[in-house]
Design a protein around this ligand. Sequence first.
Ligand code: SF4
Length: 446
Amino acid sequence: MPEVVETAPGIRIQDPALHPIAEKVLDGRRLSLEDGNVLYRTPDIHAVCRLADVVRRRLHGRLAYYNINRHINYSNVCALSCSFCAFHRKRGQEGAYEMTVEEVRDAAVGAAEAGATEIHLVGGLHPWFKFDHYTTMLSTIREAAPSLHLKAFTAVEIVHLQRISKRGRDGLAGTMAVLADLHEAGLGSLPGGGAEVFDDRAHDTAWRGKIRGDQWLDVHRAAHELGLNSNATMLYGHVEGRRERLVHMDLLRRQQDHTLRNWAGTQGIATRPDTPDGEAGVLLTGPSDAYPGERLPMPGQAGLDTGYFQTIIPLPFFPDESGLERLPGPTGMENLRTLAIARLMLDNIPHAKTFWIMQTLGMSQLMLDAGADDLDGTVVWYDITHVGGSGTHQETTSNDLRRAAIEAGCIPVERDTLYRRVKRNGADWSLVDDSAAPPDVSPSIT
Ligand code: SF4
């Protein structure tokens, strides 16, 4: 029986291989890819979760964020046929659909009237919609429901829009121009979907034809340069290996370092030279001297002239109805471990989300105790991939989300898309002035 060591109150570690990693986490130092491998291999998964919880408490105390939102998947018709995807259809195929701009608008207006703060708008790469269809969709929603934040279009959709707007050969300048047009029409931020796993072998096996990881990162870099925030996903449990997941996390981490380095320097926030590649990393998850336990400022505030990745969202692969049905998909323990490792590795992305639609609300409660601080939202309708199969109504209420958080020992906090706190009276809502009353993120809150 290995010796059980208590490295910090409440963190009992059985596996000696975890001791140096625990020291790094407690000191606020960056974990290497090899550390990530150890975290994946260790049988002591409870210690992995406890370490992730240390980081989560430093950043957010026991707060658990959720939002009131509405997902709209405007069409499942797609020019591509990624083998892991159970969502896409060809035009005319059974189950194929396209929402008109008016249908999208009506769904958004209904959501706004019910109190939603956000629309999450994504779809397939429709072969015939013109570029102005997308700008019209955004501007129509903005006009009909101006209070809604429009988080729309994954990176592969942005590249598709770049092509159909005849800017496909313009490189990053073309991406910026497309994003600027969409922003002008009402786009508020980018969701994190479509990243899958940044690995060319996995790409060529399961989503050949879709953009590669470097293009996904370029689209988000362009959005950040325009001052738009975005999120980042990682779809795991299919043809990739654990090492490839860790490389994916590291690539996100490097890009976020690059994005935040200037700002961190002006704020006196430590840029740590102890990153594995010797470059200065911006660690937000260390003890309080490294990051003050508050959310990052909005782009344009406090010397931050760029957008950034707000949230890492690990997404488990669902084989059912996909072209990879032969694969088993990840288990609950693998999901828990991957969420905890993502929280530990991605030390410069402020939030870690457990997307309850794909993790289940019960598993999400456990994840709130293993690194996650965000449950996502009420969703209402989600067609892409989730527990229970595609095409089923997926909705929870804010009361369900609050109850799930409280039962997990957390303090539920409604947020908007940009993680500003929301004050609510039924369907009416407004933003809380955090400068007047910052949220209590004391790690001692239980
Ligand atoms: S994953 Fe996206 S791009 Fe690939 S087939 Fe599905 S909807 Fe189309």
